[in-house]
Ligand binder design. Sequence first.
Ligand SMILES: O=P(O)(O)O[C@H]1O[C@H](CO)[C@@H](O)[C@H]1O
Ligand SMILES: O=c1cc[nH]c(=O)[nH]1
Length: 286
Amino acid sequence: MKIAESDLIINPDGSIYHLNLLPGDVADHVITVGDPDRVGEVSKYFDKIELKKGKREFITHTGYVGKKRVTVLSTGIGTDNIDIVFNELDALVNIDFESREVKKHLTSLNIIRVGTSGTVQPDIPVGTILASSYGLGMDALMNYYYHELTGDERSLMDDLKAHFGHLKNINPYLTAANDVLLNTIGKDMHHGITITAPGFYAPQGRMVRAKNSIPDFISLINSFNSNQHRITNLEMETAGIYALAKVLGHKALSVNAILASRVKFEFSSNPDKVVEDAIKMVLERI
Ligand SMILES: O=P(O)(O)O[C@H]1O[C@H](CO)[C@@H](O)[C@H]1O
Ligand SMILES: O=c1cc[nH]c(=O)[nH]1
């Protein structure tokens, strides 16, 4: 079936609408980062850079780490941007731009997020590199997509719904990390459930001046426990990445540089070093 010009928007130069990339510009291994300035911090370790493109907050560098072709791409902040990035990345590899039809043979990308995050557990210090075993979305993105749960996800979700059920107007969604990526790239890292929030302040339990409507949000989060699964950290993209990767048949892992401790009220004195450590670990293991 031909995808309408209004649904899959291709720029006059043949590139996809927001990412400004051509089919072929994306490698099978994709690193996503939130901050556009972090793209160069990743690609400075590439042995060769093949292309640099960008539009808005979506900056892309594709090159080689040894013989492995790798793309690093910034998503900007939030799952609304993840919606754009994941649909367009998928279209670049799985839709024929000439015929506007889905290709017969689909490509499954390996997608690793290297992001920053705040921990909610006292035993996880600032400076930790943590891999998200699950992404728990408190945002609304997956209200708009069909999203089926596996048996494991369903039973964990039941416990999460019981724990957070009193929060009206929040319809959380849950997706597991890709197992292989979690046990290779995420090997020897702390693992835990990552909450993806639709904001940085009250949606992550912070209060500056505007009053927070959910009392003791951090205690509510860090007291969850189900079969050794606990919530370890908060950020703003992982759950959308895990859910859309699964819906579209890609593999995803989120690696978090822990910059803040929300229970010790601390922020890293050297955040760039923590992010650099996470980047190096991912590039060595990719
Ligand atoms: O450092 P990045 O990857 O942007 O990730 C985190 O930092 C931003 C908030 O400061 C949000 O995007 C959050 O998910
Ligand atoms: O606490 C934090 C730190 C970084 N990014 C977030 O979203 N939250």
